[in-house]
Design a protein around this ligand. Structure first.
Ligand code: PLP
Ligand code: ZN
Length: 405
């Protein structure tokens, strides 16, 4: 069974058979998966497994036997009452995707791409990564029995390198930026026929991220949220979330999605999409040397930048940035109100959410979903710069007891 109809060029709309292909021959535009969905209703999904594979009919894998799953997805949507109170919001939700099996949302796109690599019969997989995709691809490759090649800048967080190595990946640490690693991965993928999940498998890869829309819709009892705050690197996730909501509307599982507001959050020091948005141009000027603690968002030349700007127009949205200081403060605010520990990318989302409320771009009674996409344990180094390391105490009851009120 397959519900995939074609790959369709996002620019010139030319359609292709759904093969191992990602760029339009005519105009070099990106190809998106188009479906002939079977008829489904809310009950179709209700009693299924608690992973994103519960939406199997809406995903681009033909045979269930090709699924490579490590149990990702169906992460909690938390009603954030304490954070909401701190920010002045009555209806705030956190989509806590930091609790996926490899501790970031990247398990969604990586899982779909590796499953599709299995369906295509490829011999190896890989990725270009800012950190989190490395572990997500490596873990799924391990489960699916594929060799895995990771191309990443050498200066990413220690924990992210350790994690990918633990899953058995071949880790190529490139002395350069993410864009350098990406270029190398693209050429090696094409010349050796390796499925580079976020490059030559990108059409399928992004389909995993749309489950961030499906789950939120289902968890909100099939209501459309008013505002969505999304951290943005390449922009693939934001674009995929929009596609997900639109597909649910087309299936009559949701009402009109056109009143949603999409808010793109980037870190200062690598915010080319925010810059273009504020200048009201569709020209995204690449940042040559990204400089931010939010390393998972340090993509100077975002592949989907232009499309994010289109989405922000389509959904009456905004783009805003946050400084390193604001990111760290937001990480602590989220941790100390909701008990959720995120890495800087999640801090960027929360910091931008705070600004949106302060600037009255989000109404206090609106339903607002903030996507927290990665786990704090992956990037502890930067946080210790503002937390004080506990002093080692002698094991003396009297002295220690005096410290506890
Ligand atoms: C990759 C990543 C993002 C950004 O996703 P894009 O699709 O590149 O925009 C956001 N948060 C985390 C934790 C990530 O790893
Ligand atoms: Zn085209």
């Amino acid at each position: 069974m397959t519900t995939v109809k074609s790959l369709k060029c996002r620019e010139c709309k030319k359609e292709y058979a759904p093969t191992f292909k990602y760029i339009c021959d005519e105009c070099f535009g990106p190809l998106d998966v188009h479906y002939d969905f079977p008829s489904v209703n809310k009950n179709t999904f209700a009693n299924r497994e608690h992973t994103y594979w519960r939406y199997f009919e809406l995903l681009p894998i033909a045979e269930k036997s090709n699924i490579v799953s490590i149990g990702a997805g169906m992460t909690p949507l938390i009603k954030a009452e304490k954070l909401g109170e701190a920010l002045g919001l009555n209806n705030l939700y956190i989509k806590n995707d930091s609790v996926n099996p490899t501790f970031s949302f990247k398990d969604r796109p990586a899982g779909i791409a590796v499953s599709k690599a299995k369906e295509f019969g490829l011999s190896a997989v890989g990725c270009a990564s800012t950190g989190n995709l490395a572990a997500a691809t490596a873990a799924h490759a391990a489960k699916g029995g594929f060799p895995c090649y990771v191309f990443a800048p050498s200066d990413i967080e220690h924990a992210k390198i350790t994690q990918a190595l633990a899953y058995g990946a071949n880790f190529i640490a490139v002395d350069g930026t993410y864009d350098d690693a990406n270029r190398i991965a693209a050429q090696i993928g094409d010349s050796k026929g390796i499925g580079i999940v976020n490059i030559n498998m990108r059409s399928y890869y992004v389909e995993g991220s749309k489950t961030l829309a499906f789950e939120v819709a289902e968890q909100l009892n099939w209501q459309v949220p008013d505002n969505l705050v999304v951290p943005v690197g390449s922009g693939a996730m934001l674009n995929a979330i929009c596609k997900g909501f639109e597909e649910l509307e087309s299936l009559s599982l949701l009402g009109k999605v056109s009143n949603m507001h999409m808010i793109a959050a980037q870190p200062r020091g690598c915010a080319p999409i925010v810059d273009a948005f504020k200048k009201n141009t569709s020209d995204v000027i690449p940042v040559e040397n990204p400089d931010t603690i939010a390393k998972s968002l340090a993509i100077g030349d975002p592949g989907d930048g232009r499309y994010v700007l289109k989405r922000l127009k389509q959904y009456n949205g905004y783009a805003e940035e946050s400084s390193n200081r604001e990111i760290l403060e937001a990480i602590l605010l989220l941790a100390r109100t909701e008990g959720i520990f995120t890495e800087p990318a999640g801090g960027v989302a929360v910091a931008v959410l705070k600004k949106m409320v302060e600037e009255r771009k989000i109404d206090k009674n609106d339903s607002t979903v903030c996507y927290v996409t990665g786990n704090g344990l992956k990037a502890t180094e930067v946080l210790m710069e503002i937390l004080s390391k506990p002093e080692t105490m002698q094991a003396d009851i009297a002295k220690i007891s005096a410290m506890v009120r």
